[in-house]
Design a protein around this ligand. Structure first.
Ligand SMILES: [Zn+2]
Length: 282
């Protein structure tokens, strides 16, 4: 009896240890690993995200706008970051959720509950919140505002122009807005869902259509990505820190925006070939 108990106890202990070890081992979710000291990129734009997934704070004369909320304990990095920069998370009027995957939407509910922020997303991605989560579960935000293609949001003198750019999810939300460098305005764009981790001919076609629409946008000078690697955010920030008077702003880089879209399009076109082949379409 005692031996049996010991065996059972040992078994349970090993399960518990494995569970704890597994939780500790995922550096992607670990705020200690993921922490980035928040930093200013433009007069009105700050990075408050983690290493692998981004969040951005846009400052207006009537309050704050947050792009993406991260998830789990990484949301603490966003909130702490906002405070560290001297702002108050209670002033976050809007949370723009680029798409309904856990790494972007996961903290949205918390911003609703703790800070009274209004959460904005496309209708198609609000619908995703009614379905089982694709990758990982998250606290479902209360449905606030649905954003349609071509709509705008004004907060004080700040204006966001929205585009619905499906593909990565059915309702990826992309945003055009103005950033200021020592008072000088530049057109910035956030493409809300870049990865090709989805399947289907139609979805791939809609992704391609979205990228082609972005290619037709005139005068985009600044790429603000929702994963830093999509726009070399940390490398550019290194250069920004050493910037001398008269140097260009390293984030103002229209050529790399154009070149990046070209690469996204080529990758998506080759994905489309594979998807068609898999579906038996010629
Ligand atoms: Zn995603």
């Amino acid at each position: 009896m005692t031996i049996l108990r010991l065996v059972v106890f040992g078994f349970l202990l090993s399960i518990a240890t494995t569970f704890v070890a597994a939780q500790e081992l995922n550096p992607q979710d670990d705020p200690a690993v993921q922490r980035v000291a928040p930093f200013q990129v433009f007069d009105n734009l700050y990075y408050v995200g983690a290493k692998w997934v981004s969040a951005w704070l846009l400052v207006s004369d009537q309050g704050l706008i947050l792009f993406d909320s991260l998830y789990g304990e990484l949301t603490d990095l966003v909130i702490d970051g906002i405070r560290e920069l001297g702002f108050d998370p209670d002033d976050v009027r809007y949370v723009i959720v680029t798409h309904a995957h856990f790494d972007h939407i996961g903290g949205a509910r918390r911003f609703q509950e703790e800070f009274g922020s209004v959460v904005m997303m496309t209708d198609a991605d609000w619908q995703m919140t009614d379905e089982p989560a694709i990758y990982r579960d998250y606290p479902k935000p209360v449905r606030h505002l649905s954003v349609a293609d071509g709509s705008t949001l004004n907060l004080g003198r700040t204006r966001l122009r929205f585009m619905v750019t499906p593909g990565h999810t059915p309702g990826v939300l992309s945003t055009r807005f103005t950033v200021y460098d020592r008072g000088y305005p530049h057109d910035a764009f956030m493409f809300g869902g870049v990865g090709l981790n989805f399947s289907g001919v139609e979805r791939t076609e809609s992704y391609i259509n979205s990228v082609q629409r972005l290619q037709q946008l005139p005068d985009i000078e600044v790429n603000i990505p929702n994963h830093e690697g999509s726009g070399e955010v940390f490398e550019r920030y290194e250069i920004l820190q050493d910037r001398q008077d008269g140097d260009p702003h390293p984030f103002v880089d229209p050529e790399s925006w154009t070149a990046w879209l070209e690469i996204l399009l080529l990758n998506a076109q080759s994905k489309l070939d594979n998807e068609r082949e898999a579906a038996g379409v010629n």
